[in-house]
Write a protein that binds this ligand. Sequence first.
Ligand SMILES: [Zn+2]
Length: 177
Amino acid sequence: MSTTFVPFSSLPANEQVEWAEYLGRKISETLLRAFWGRVDVRSGCWGWSGYKHRGYGRLNIGDTTIGAHRLSWVIHRGRIPVGIHVLHACDNRECCNPAHLFLGTNDDNVKDKIAKGRGWSKISADDVLEIRRLYGRYGRGGISGKDLAARYGISRAAISLIVNEHNWKGIEGLAEG
Ligand SMILES: [Zn+2]
């Protein structure tokens, strides 16, 4: 797990992501330093030692605040489309580990809560990789979404969120043992 501080100014221009929802403010080095100074990357879930609101880490940006987990997404993954939520697979609101985050709509957020109520919180990053592998081979020795849901004891909505390439993007390089 890398904790290397990457100055924003050193990123290629096409990676200098703008925050669509914050009127295109660029991520400043100050903000990045504030983020890396408050996040604890020693454990699976990256805890937050800074200010929290309703369990979510928050950071000051200009005259407002932003979610620490949302900033983590932008740093590690890129842009968050307008109206899209950054959701926690781990159910730990303060967690900023990008391997535990995925994008979803408000509808997905609701589905996610329902899915977690059905045990999705039991699903690890390794399970996600296995579910995607099996689902990807459906018809060639793989397993259908319905049967995967039964095997893992979670909802079919949760399976579809997991196998959607949009969600869990990049987890292959970040899964923890
Ligand atoms: Zn986590």
